[in-house]
Design a protein around this ligand. Sequence first.
Ligand SMILES: [Zn+2]
Length: 231
Amino acid sequence: MFLVFLGPPGCGKGTQAQYLQNESGFTVISSGNLIRAEIEAQTEFGKQIEESYKTGKLMPGDAVLELVQKVVATEGAKSILFDGFPRTVSQATAFDSYLRSIHREIDAVISFSIEDSIIVDRILGRITCADCKHVFHVRSNPPIVEGVCDNCGGTKLERRADDTEESIRQRLDEYHQKTEPLKEFYKSKGIMVEIDANQAIEMVRQQMQQEIDAISGKSNKEKSIGTYSRC
Ligand SMILES: [Zn+2]
């Protein structure tokens, strides 16, 4: 199954992707992680994009597409979850033609809907342990002892430098302008389901699992009908 997660930064889709990777054996392809890996390895491409990545500019779309395609080609028939990719309608169109060329398609798109004000609150309250990267929230999920990480006992609980209200609003604006039109794009193909991501993580997870079960049930049924018709 090829699955796409669509949603603004801070909607919680990364957490849900992690869950599917651990519990359902999905390979998660996150364009952000791919880009960071290229930069760390200082590949030709990594060197080219390092500057625009650091200054927060949008990556050149074709280059990201190429990176993703390379991973899809190596992963082959596995179940893949695309987290935060595609980002624009033109990227999605190009990706669709690539998938057609290898006789695959996106089976479903899960869109995480959430209000901007909730995202701003979530991100501004987020603190991360510098040692183990565990994430807390000052109000909704604080560490048991203030200033001490529950997970590893570390005492460097920090806000990310780019988690300012201004930069969050900027990222949200970019999402609404460039990425949100993908909702209509996938809706018109009849493969999109929407989940209310204003809810608690556990509720979102349950709803997501139900949707995925329904989708994989449907595609199995379609496959068996296909078999019958060939008989
Ligand atoms: Zn820690």
